[in-house]
Design a protein around this ligand. Structure first.
Ligand SMILES: Cc1ncc(COP(=O)(O)O)c(C=O)c1O
Length: 444
């Protein structure tokens, strides 16, 4: 007699799940096949319900099961799914580029569309090198980024990412990746000046760009008000491009449409991904300022071509999502939900395992410490990675599907369509998990 194999078993047979080893999926029973979603909730094939604690991996802030986005995508696919990207395009791509131009800071008016954040950062790398060459600067090939950062899975993205402990298995990486320490949230001018010193020491004529996320994610540090304005000045002083990677914080997560707006800084290049389509289609963008676009002049094309870059149906999904972010003022919604959740979560700060709690819009990072010694577990920048696994496992047991992001920080980044009752559920789940973990770790 043959018994029907479950989707989970079939997944284990043939689907190579990203990043998690089989020990995590099988021994710790972490694999779930999600079958249905509605707003911030997901149901798996076992019939269990989970709250989408980190909006998948920061890409589903508008919630699951939205007919408005799927209709826009289906309509574009039905009329014409896509068009060869060298001469041709579609209505969806044009509308997405228009909305990005209308919402991006300063004179960022031109978007190059890709299918993922990784492809967008790779494009930004090629763009920066080509930009300098076209201006007669032939030796600028280095990129300064921060330790602990992640900028994508391509060859260039890995070289810019500051995760030597994880990426050394792929050595040698693309040459030109240079790293500095990330800002910490206090007295950050010194970290901006470190970038200046690094440009001087590397040779200004060799540096193409500085790239960073608005916040330093690994330890969830939000730079103080001096950091980005000073980095902008330094880049201008040395003719270095400033690339801001909005992959995680863009599309209203921070309480503003773009995270960098908190510092009133206009980058030269911006990378937008993840939430751009609300998670309904793989689409991302590299957006550039007029002076960068103008450097390519009348006779030079874009940096490379990608068959699915600007794909009509995915762009139509993103155009609709952008309309929702802008017209429904999701920046304000995220800020107000973030403030509400931060207030509710204050009850966890009394637990001995909680060292600090920080907020950036509707993104709260709870920093965990050893309940006995008080030493911080937020050591992801140095490659330690154990407590994070334990947290994801425990969260799943209490009905929260959470991304595993960084060591010693419990990230809470729910969808913007969460209700107060949902936030109450989240607060209780987080309290339960941290209370249990605190207990366990206190016992050694
Ligand atoms: C800051 C940042 N940049 C780039 C990427 C790569 O994006 P994707 O996974 O869409 O390729 C990520 C992915 O997590 C990211 O967090």
């Amino acid at each position: 007699m043959t018994t029907e194999r479950s989707l989970e078993e079939r997944a284990l047979d043939h689907l190579w799940i990203h990043e998690s080893p089989r020990s995590e999926l099988v021994d710790h029973d972490m694999l779930r096949v999600f079958d249905r979603g509605e707003g911030p909730w997901l149901w798996d094939t076992r019939g269990d319900r989970y709250f989408d604690l980190c909006s998948s991996m920061w890409q589903t802030p508008l919630g699951h099961g939205r007919g408005d986005i799927t209709s826009a995508m289906a309509e574009q696919a039905r009329r014409v799914a896509t068009a060869g990207p060298i001469f041709f395009t579609t209505r969806g791509a044009v509308e997405l580029a228009e909305r990005l131009a209308a919402s991006a800071p300063g004179d960022m008016q031109h978007s190059f569309l890709t299918s993922s954040g990784s492809e967008a950062t790779e494009t930004a790398i090629r763009l920066a090198r080509q930009y300098h060459r076209m201006r007669g600067d032939h030796h600028r090939y280095k990129f300064i980024s921060r330790y602990g950062s992640y900028h994508g899975a391509g060859g260039g993205g890995l070289a810019m990412s500051g995760r030597r402990h994880r990426d050394s298995v792929y050595y040698p990486l693309m040459p030109g990746g240079v790293h500095v320490m990330p800002p910490t949230g206090v007295s950050d001018l010194q970290y901006a000046e470190q970038i200046r010193d690094t440009i001087e020491l590397e040779g200004p004529e060799t540096v193409a760009a500085v790239i960073g996320e608005p916040v330093a994610i690994t330890e969830f540090r939000i730079p103080d008000e001096t950091y980005w304005p000073r980095v902008r000045e330094i880049c201008d002083e040395y003719g270095v491009l400033l690339i801001i990677d909005e992959t995680l914080v863009g599309c209203c997560r921070s309480g503003r449409m773009w995270g960098i707006e908190h510092w009133n800084v206009v980058p030269d290049v911006m990378v937008v991904a993840k939430a751009l389509s609300g998670g309904y289609a793989p689409v991302a963008a590299m957006i550039v300022r007029e002076h960068v676009f103008a450097a390519f002049g009348h006779d030079t094309g874009s940096p490379s071509v990608q068959s699915y870059g600007g794909h009509g149906a995915t762009a139509a999904a993103a155009a609709r999502a952008m309309e929702i972010y802008m017209d429904e003022r999701m920046d304000r919604v995220a800020e107000s939900l973030g403030a509400e959740l931060f207030g509710m979560l204050s009850e966890v700060t009394d637990l001995p395992i909680v060292g600090d709690m920080r907020r950036f819009g509707l993104w709260i990072g709870i920093e965990l410490v050893n309940p006995v010694t008080g030493e911080s577990y937020a050591t992801g920048i140095r490659g330690k990675f154990e407590v994070a696994k334990e947290i994801s496992r425990r969260l799943l047991r209490v009905g929260c599907a959470a991304a595993r992001m960084s060591e010693g920080i419990l990230h809470v980044a729910p969808p913007y369509v969460s209700t107060s009752d949902d936030l109450k559920f989240v607060t209780e789940a987080v309290f339960t998990v941290l209370d249990q973990l605190s207990d366990k770790l206190s016992r050694g």
